[in-house]
Design a protein around this ligand. Sequence first.
Ligand code: NI
Length: 132
Amino acid sequence: MKAINIKEKFSKFHKNWHPHQIAVVDDMQVILAKLKGEFVWHSHDNEDELFQVIKGTLHMQFRASTGETGSEGGIRTEIVNEGEFIVVPKGVEHNPCTKNDEEVHVLLFEKLCTAHTGNVKHERTQTEYPKI
Ligand code: NI
């Protein structure tokens, strides 16, 4: 058992949208990812997903219901600031984004069986996460 330094782990990879596993907790995993730009709309039928922002500002997009306050073009964006986290419940369509060319560092906590892009196959989809 050793302390894990999140900043040091982030220094070990550079690729955007590429999750790296830093720990396993029972059937859950702790993942780090560097996000830049827009990802891909997807949902996870059976798994919740936690995003903790370590650096930068995450813009998590959700499908808005008609006339929902704060929505634009059918999309509601939830801002997640550094030091905050958001839980995306199972079945909820989401699309993580960053703005102004910012690279955002996030820690994710989710089940080991959670597929990267859920119900969607995309050129960005990763099936294996390097362990660092
Ligand atoms: Ni997801």
